[in-house]
Design a protein around this ligand. Structure first.
Ligand SMILES: C[S@@+](CC[C@H](N)C(=O)[O-])C[C@H]1O[C@@H](n2cnc3c(N)ncnc32)[C@H](O)[C@@H]1O
Length: 175
């Protein structure tokens, strides 16, 4: 397992700092229509230095980003102070408030225990974008991510080295 300290070392060396947002995340954000009265609320889980949180913030969204790497969160706060940050271990039952988010992003982090919370945490019509590796350490099984959200509207799904998924929560669904 990669420990938090290992991630801190990698982020101190500049990993992901200048990386552009993943294409699939850009695509997912494009599916989100601005609610009439309030900014889009984005939750970025396992955000790293925050390339996707930063993208949401650049769109005027209200963004909360979660990670357990203090280095990554410091880097994110320095560059994008408007992003709210939460330092938390996502393996330890992280609580996501129900129907609180318009968009949830979880890129390059495989933690199936989060998926029920993600499903409950999105408001109906909300968008989830997930990316998991299918090879190497922490790989998901082929089809695993898609199967977990199979009852939602699938806006994009592809599998190669990575599994990418964009889904919309059905209107009227509570969880
Ligand atoms: C491959 S990076 C992806 C970062 C970001 N999502 C991106 O695409 O740029 C994986 C991230 O997961 C975070 N992470 C790993 N284990 C974690 C845990 N138990 N709780 C919270 N974050 C964790 C790491 O600190 C790292 O930032």
């Amino acid at each position: 397992m990669i420990t938090e300290n290992e991630w801190n070392t990698r982020f101190l060396a500049g990993e992901l700092l200048a990386a552009p947002p993943l294409h699939v995340v850009r695509k997912a954000f494009g599916f989100m229509e601005q609610p009439a009265a309030s900014p889009v609320r984005l939750l970025d889980l396992a955000c790293g230095p925050g390339r996707h949180a930063a993208l949401g913030a650049s769109l005027g969204w209200q963004v909360t980003a979660v990670d357990n790497s203090t280095v990554a969160l410091d880097q994110l706060r320095l560059e994008h102070p408007q992003v709210a940050t939460v330092e938390a271990d996502l393996e330890q039952g992280f609580a996501i408030a129900p129907a609180a988010w318009d968009v949830i992003c979880c890129a390059l982090y495989h933690q199936p225990s989060l998926w029920p919370g993600i499903q409950a945490g999105l408001r109906p019509g909300g968008i989830f974008v997930g990316v998991v590796k299918l090879q190497g350490r922490f790989a998901a099984q082929p089809g695993e991510l898609r199967a977990a959200f199979a009852h939602w509207e699938i806006l994009h799904s592809s599998e190669d080295v990575l599994a990418e998924l964009i889904v919309r929560k059905p209107a009227g669904e509570d969880c």
